[in-house]
Write a protein that binds this ligand. Structure first.
Ligand SMILES: Cc1cc2nc3c(=O)[nH]c(=O)nc-3n(C[C@H](O)[C@H](O)[C@H](O)COP(=O)(O)O)c2cc1C
Length: 220
């Protein structure tokens, strides 16, 4: 797939077919993502892919913590507030997705259900977790973002869907313990990955972007 088309047609997938992605293809996707640039070529990323029975067990653990009302303690804190213009964009996106699904994504009950769906990896056969050493600074989080985008584009080029999920780091300590990752690592992001369920309405919701003129300024 041509690069610009790949970037413009990628979208977050929130319903997957259960069929696993062959290991050699997942490896190829990670290998491609490793070509991402990083600060001083530090390549600070570390990747765990969880599948099968272990993925089911992890979903159960996360849903149990949610049901128990355990307060999330993500390694990267959730934003507490947003500048007004950005808050408006977020609301617009949520409203559009909510109306497509016929639900109010701001209702506490739906929010909880939506979190549980995140914790079930939206039905994907694999969950990817990105880590790095927690002594690393913001540049390495930036690098992880580049890696994540490369990974998602490489997957899309193979006809494989992904969704990046901040919610998947809610219970960072428990996830690290479950996956056998030392507490000294920072859990940065979870990404569900698998073949998209193209029939599902949720996968028809292409998000919009603000007009380029609103974020671009020419100085000449
Ligand atoms: C860092 C990050 C965290 C995200 N967390 C979640 C999440 O927890 N759950 C989810 O369903 N989508 C999550 N998303 C997906 C965004 O909602 C999505 O990228 C955005 O709405 C734009 O839509 P698109 O990916 O289809 O272009 C996250 C995206 C990023 C980059």
């Amino acid at each position: 797939m041509e690069a610009v088309e790949c970037i413009k047609t990628r979208m977050s997938i929130r319903k997957f077919k259960p069929e696993p992605v062959p290991k050699n293809i997942l490896t190829e996707i990670i290998n491609t993502a490793q070509r991402s640039p990083s600060y001083k070529n530090s390549q600070p990323w570390e990747v765990v892919i969880v599948s099968g029975k272990k993925k089911e067990e992890l979903s159960e653990l996360l849903i149990r913590l949610l049901e128990e009302g355990k307060v999330p303690q993500p390694d990267i804190p959730e934003a507490v507030s947003w500048p007004a213009d950005i808050a408006e964009r977020i609301n617009e996106t949520m409203k559009k997705r909510g109306s497509l699904l016929g639900i109010d994504l701001n209702s506490p009950e739906i929010k909880k259900k939506s979190k549980a769906a995140n914790f079930r990896f939206y039905g994907a056969p694999h969950g990817i977790f990105l880590f790095h050493d927690s002594s690393l600074n913001e540049w390495s989080i930036f690098d992880a973002g580049l890696f994540a985008q490369s990974l998602m584009l490489a997957a899309h080029a193979h006809g494989i869907g992904t969704v990046p999920q901040g919610f998947l780091i809610d219970y960072s300590s428990e996830i690290k313990q479950f996956l056998g990752i030392p507490e000294s690592k920072r859990l940065i992001l979870g990404i569900s990955i698998g073949y998209p369920d193209a029939e599902n309405v949720i996968n028809t919701c292409m998000t919009t972007r603000v007009e380029t003129g609103r974020i671009l300024r020419w100085v000449e």
